[in-house]
Design a protein around this ligand. Structure first.
Ligand code: PMP
Length: 434
């Protein structure tokens, strides 16, 4: 323990950080250390971590293999830049290119998901000679000026000013979609028709790309039917419009069924972007694109920290850890266990509209009973109740009324059961209080 308290740190945080940066909880906590799926705050309280700092600690806190790789790289050299031939970066690029499914793939490393998406838009608009971009409703793609223009989520949109001309098409947030009464095929067809109309009515017909999250992260894990993006992709491909898959949250096996989110949709994107989990907490992000698209830029380009030896070493160790232990398979098994145990409770709780997601990416959305009127208050109560029971989960959703549950990819059965008990007990207590 450090001698300080979470309360004291909260005061100092509030005094020096911008007001738009907000910690979770009425009484925010300061995490001092972690091990596997558990963290301890500065007061010594232990929590089971089912959020991983927003899906970023992916293979457990202080994972000995990843921490060891970081320590041994740190003892050699921290930074060299792309001016020199950094072996961990080259190796990581080779592995990601081979895994991406994108033919003739090139990889460019950045420091954040935002910068990766920014790069994708730079490439798409240059390659297609168009400033027109398509994105989905309820999307989040980052906080830069470019990425904000692609974000259609009012609580996360800090500006509408942009040099891009962005049109938003209907996406997978089915609970609040005008097409929600349709079955899977009908829903996909209605959204595909909407895409056709938006292209024909709201663009010159020559849009650069569509950018989409296979499962919308900040948007509360809105999940489309399988094949949904394949259907949109056909419309785009016919017109030469590129598809960018934002895999910042869905990558590296988290959805259980597939390594990348796009693989549930019988299509291959022209580019994909990644970030969050691949460094297990160390800053690492990037973009994969076909060479003809990546090399469309003839000016020199450079990201000072992108692919630095330390983050590349963390990325290589994390990626190998995921693959060697088949953590995608674990995500499928543990995600199914999580869903199977939560579903009956969700179905009999009138203020929970639905459980949605795939693998270890599950969300529940809170509403006023008998309606789809969002109930952010209940989401806060659920978040706080879980914390009192020693479980950290996340919030999200268009109206801040969804709870996001994203255990580590190497989570154990007993940990899933412990987390489910905390969630179910909290729901039961909230039910008694109604
Ligand atoms: N895309 C998605 C889907 C995200 O969830 C996020 C972060 N929440 C970003 C992009 C931006 O990533 P970063 O915060 O690393 O810039």
């Amino acid at each position: 323990m450090t001698g300080t308290t979470s309360a004291e740190l909260h005061q100092r945080y509030r005094a020096v950080l911008p007001s738009y940066v907000k910690p979770l909880y009425a009484e925010p906590i300061s995490i001092e250390r972690g091990r596997g799926s558990y963290v301890w705050d500065v007061e010594g309280n232990r929590y089971l971590d089912f959020f991983g700092g927003v899906l970023t600690t992916m293979v457990g806190h202080n994972n000995p293999v990843v921490t060891g790789a970081i320590q041994s790289q740190a003892a050699k050299v921290l930074h060299t830049s792309t001016l020199y031939l950094c072996e961990p970066m080259i190796e990581l690029a080779e592995e990601i290119a081979a895994l991406s499914g994108i033919p003739d793939a090139r990889v460019f490393f950045t420091t954040s998901g935002t910068e990766a998406n920014d790069t994708a838009i730079l490439l798409a608009t240059s390659f297609r000679r168009s400033n027109e971009v398509l994105a989905l409703r309820n999307s989040y793609h980052g906080r830069s000026f470019t990425a904000q223009a692609l974000t259609s989520h009012s609580s996360w949109s800090s500006t509408a000013i942009s040099g891009l001309s962005v049109s938003f098409v209907h996406g997978p947030y089915r609970l609040r979609s005008p097409f929600r009464h349709l079955d899977d095929d009908g829903f996909t067809e209605a959204c595909t028709e909407d895409l056709r109309q938006v292209i024909d009515m709201m663009t010159t017909g020559n849009a650069a790309c569509l950018i989409a999250e296979p499962i919308q992260g900040v948007g509360g894990f809105a999940t489309p039917p399988d094949g949904f993006f394949g259907s949109l992709h056909k419309v785009l491909a016919n017109r030469g419009i590129l598809f960018v898959s934002d895999e910042v949250q869905t990558g590296w096996g988290r959805t259980g069924e597939h390594f990348w989110g796009y693989q549930a949709h019988d299509m291959v994107p022209d580019m994909l972007t990644f970030a969050k989990g691949v460094g297990n907490g160390i800053t690492l992000a990037g973009i994969v694109a076909r060479a003809e698209i990546m090399d469309t830029i003839s000016a020199l380009s450079f990201s000072t920290f992108g692919g630095n030896p330390l983050s590349a070493a963390a990325g290589l160790a994390t990626l190998r850890y995921v693959r060697e232990r088949d953590l995608q398979g674990n995500a499928l098994r543990m995600g199914t266990r999580l869903r199977d145990r939560l579903l009956p409770v969700v179905e009999r709780t009138p203020w929970i509209a639905e459980l949605r997601g795939k693998g270890l990416m599950q969300a529940i959305e809170m509403v006023q009973p008998g309606s789809i009127q969002p109930d952010a208050g209940r989401a806060t109560d659920l978040l706080e109740g879980c914390k009192r029971r020693g479980l950290l989960v996340g919030k999200g959703g268009l109206y801040g009324n969804a709870i996001r549950i994203t255990p580590m990819l190497d989570v154990a059965e007993a940990e899933i059961d412990e987390g489910v008990t905390a969630i179910v007990e909290t729901i039961q207590q909230m039910d008694r209080e109604v």
